[in-house]
Structures are given as C-alpha cells and as structure tokens.
Design a protein around this ligand. Structure first.
Ligand SMILES: Nc1ncnc2c1ncn2[C@@H]1O[C@H](COP(=O)(O)OP(=O)(O)OP(=O)(O)O)[C@@H](O)[C@H]1O
Length: 281
C-alpha cells in the first residue's frame, strides 16, 4: 500500500529524512516511534503530499507522492487521510458537519462551497460516527465535546473520506492514558473492519507495543528498528531515543550527504493548518 525507497527530505541544510526504505502492507497498523525532531511528522507529510521529498521514491495508495502537481496531490489526499494531534476539528460546527468535511474532496466545488451533502454522504458520516460511538452527539456543536471525543470526531472525519490509508500524527499526545487507549482502540477497530492501512506516530512505547502490528523506530532521519512489538528490546529503544548523534556520525562516515548534488527545497511546504482551513472556507 505504501512503498518508500531512498527517501530524503532536506529543509535548507537540515537533512531531516536521510534515506528511508519502507514498505507498508495493506491493512497493516504501523507505529512510528522516535524522539522529538527525528522526522516522524515529516515522513507522514511526505506520504500525503503536504511536504515534497527532496529525492527518492514514494508511492502511496497507487499515487506517486513525489509528484507535487495539484491534480495528483488532490487525488493522493483523497486516498490518504490524516488525523492530527490537536484534532483540527472546527469548534463552531456540529459534530456531523465536521465529519462531513471528510467528504469535501469527493463532492463538486459548488456543493462544497454551499456545503450541500447527499443523503448517502450523511448516511456514511453517521456510520463513521457510529464506529466511534458518537452518533448520539451528531447535532451537538463540537466545542461542547471533550478532547477525547473531539479526536474521535477526527477519526470519523478521516473514515468518512473512505481512504485506503490513514496517517495519524501523535493522535493521543494531548489525552490522558485512559482516553488515549480508548481513542487508539476505536482507530484500530475501525481500520481493521474497513481494511484501512494506518501509519501512526506515537511517543508512548507501551501503546506502540499494544496497538502496532509492526513498529519502526526513526532516529536522526533514519530507520533504526523494524519489527514486531515483542521484538522491541531496551537496546533498540536506546538506539531510537539516544542514538541520534551516533546515527548521524555513522551516516556522515559511510554515506555523506551531498549537499552540492541535491535539489534542496526551501521550507515552503504547505502548513497543515492552511490545508484544513482551505478545505472548510
Ligand atoms: N516546514 C519546515 N521547515 C523547516 N524545517 C522543518 C519544517 N518541518 C519540519 N522541519 C524540521 O524538521 C525536523 C524534524 O521535524 P519533525 O516535525 O518531522 O520531527 P518529529 O519527529 O515529528 O518531532 P515531534 O515528535 O516533536 O513532533 C526538525 O528539525 C524541524 O525543525
């Protein structure tokens, strides 16, 4: 479902992703672990076209994610939904309307502008709300919900897109442990039932072991672990969380980054918030 080869991403002289090779199978729940600044968000942003890779190959849901042309990115994002740490729901809209915004990419421009949704879209949105057990809140304003409930609305919105892939960027970072597990349970159950592939960035090793079919560890922009939760040992965690300097030093020794030969993209990628605001205006 996702195929990544020799992927690099540089922001100016900052080499954030340094040669990622990764395959994610259809229906797999993959967790990405790594310290702050390891490049986890950048990896997800490359997968759904929010950031343009500097070099390498990246195919997601059948689309070439290195092709930054508008038409291609739009089609890619229809198939690759995103869930964010801060929910990114619109507080003043009802829960149902928030979920329906997941259908905007599939409706005509006029319908989107007028926020006209078909009966099928509304039925689909209600089904997505049922999967996160929030159908009884459909007509409530979203700002009346708790943080955990808002994140469940975020999951329902992603599901309403009917994507092949969901990318979740630290979806439980601002939630308490009990709520975090509940949210991850909803995400995993819905994706299992619908056969959706998930790539989920997490900071919590326990949740990674509990929910991930597979875990990859990212450190200094390189993958330093790839295996099942029960294969993840303390030595791997040391490499993931303390190995930043070693990984970079080894890389400079064996595979120096050729700043002169690469096309270096300036940090002009679209911020996440802008994309969402654009979809709702
Ligand atoms: N748009 C951008 N412009 C310039 N630099 C960026 C941009 N986005 C990310 N970076 C840089 O890329 C590096 C990796 O950031 P990224 O957000 O991918 O890390 P992360 O592993 O997701 O961290 P965290 O766990 O804190 O979210 C950081 O040094 C960051 O400053």
């Amino acid at each position: 479902m996702i195929k990544i080869r020799s992927l690099t991403k540089q922001y100016g002289s900052n080499a954030v992703l340094r040669g990622i090779d990764l395959d994610v199978a259809p229906g797999e729940f993959l967790v990405v672990l790594g310290p702050s600044g390891a490049g986890k968000s950048t990896l997800l942003r490359c997968i759904n076209g929010l950031a343009t890779p500097t070099s390498g190959e990246l195919v997601a849901a059948g689309f070439d994610a290195t092709d930054a042309r508008n038409g291609n990115v739009r089609k890619l994002r229809q198939q690759v939904a995103m869930i964010f740490q801060h929910h990114n729901v619109v507080p003043r809209l009802s829960v149902l309307k928030n979920v329906l915004t997941g259908r905007l990419g599939q409706t005509s421009t006029l319908s989107s502008v007028l926020q006209l949704f078909s009966r099928q879209d509304i039925a689909l949105a209600m089904d997505c709300l049922r999967r996160v057990e929030l159908e009884h809140k459909a007509e409530q304003r979203t700002d009346a919900l708790s943080g955990g409930q808002r994140q469940r609305v975020g999951i329902a919105r992603a599901l309403a897109q009917r994507p092949q892939v969901i990318l979740a960027d630290e979806p439980v970072a601002s939630l308490d442990p009990k709520t975090s597990r509940l949210v991850l349970q909803y995400l995993r159950a819905a994706c299992r039932e619908l056969g959706i592939t998930v790539v989920c960035n997490l900071h919590q090793v326990d949740y990674a072991r509990e929910f991930g079919d597979r875990i990859v560890g990212l450190s200094g922009g390189k993958l330093v672990f790839d295996g099942r939760g029960d294969e993840l040992r303390d030595s791997h965690l040391n490499l993931i969380y303390s190995g930043l300097d070693q990984v970079k030093a080894q890389d400079e020794l064996h595979n120096p980054i050729r700043h002169t030969n690469q096309s270096i993209h300036q940090p002009t990628d679209q911020p996440t918030e802008m994309v969402l605001e654009g979809a709702l205006s």
